[in-house]
Design a binder for this molecule. Sequence first.
Ligand code: FES
Length: 112
Amino acid sequence: MPKILVLPHPDCAPHGAELEVAPGTSICDALLDKHVEIEHACGKVGACTTCHVIVRQGGDSLAPPSDAEEDMLDRAWGVERQSRLSCQAIVAEADLVVEIPKYSLNHAKENG
Ligand code: FES
């Protein structure tokens, strides 16, 4: 089974995490299943940006983002070229290295 290496994040994974995931699972579900509590404010339907992740390695194995995902990502905090909405990015066969950005849009709003 492919693995996801989660880089350390102060709230979601202070020491990082490594998890095995069945192909066909969204990155968001894979993280939540292993208690990496990434935000998912819209219920994982691709309508917010709180589940934003940056796929540092292995992103080429994922199906490319839809136009709707791209449009949502435009509103996310700290977007990079490898950014994805983790609820819309489905794990294939390759291992991934995933970074959870320091802030989500919710945090950014709360903290200015
Ligand atoms: Fe809202 Fe992924 S949980 S876009």
